[in-house]
Design a protein around this ligand. Structure first.
Ligand code: 5GP
Length: 143
């Protein structure tokens, strides 16, 4: 099967262009991190490279090399912010693997012992709650 091309009408490309809002956590020349609107646990965030690729399969290795340190930075901050026992980092490639938005992204989800994950792309969180959670993560990033 021929792989699909990157389509810059996806929702994360729109967030990058400022066409739709997001609760931003971190931004540098190459990378953006923001809250997931349908969190699977409190503090669920996404890290995306600014350069467009559908997913890991078609990504430039140099882009991956710049993105992973940001995933690490956000994972450490989210763990601290939510006093978590661990952090789940996930990344899906193509619909068969569960991908629903076709711009490469890494899920970073703080986990607490005994607290199950909510379903993937389940329920939209309250905007005020997401804002408060974003503030906690930004405070931890500043430490
Ligand atoms: P995927 O299924 O592609 O790995 O993950 C896409 C993620 O994007 C899901 O966790 C979903 O909750 C999140 N998402 C979908 N639409 C939006 C949106 O408009 N804004 C934000 N911040 N996250 C979104």
């Amino acid at each position: 099967m021929v792989a699909s091309a990157y389509d810059d009408n996806n929702i994360f490309a729109k967030i990058l262009r400022g066409e739709i809002p997001s609760h931003k956590l971190y931004e540098d020349e190459h990378t953006l991190a923001f809250m997931d609107v349908m969190p699977q646990a409190p503090g669920h965030l996404l890290v995306i490279p600014k350069v467009g690729s559908r997913n890991l399969l078609d990504a430039d290795p140099d882009v991956l090399a710049r993105t992973i340190p940001v995933v690490q930075k956000l994972a450490v901050a989210a763990k601290e912010a939510f006093d978590a026992d661990g952090v789940f980092v996930a990344q899906f490639n193509e619909p068969a693997a569960g991908q629903t938005v076709f711009h490469l992204h890494f899920h970073v989800i703080p986990r607490k012992e005994g607290e199950p994950l909510k379903p993937h792309s389940g329920v939209m969180a309250d905007g005020e709650v997401l804002k408060a959670h974003a503030e906690k993560i930004k405070a931890a990033l500043a430490l």
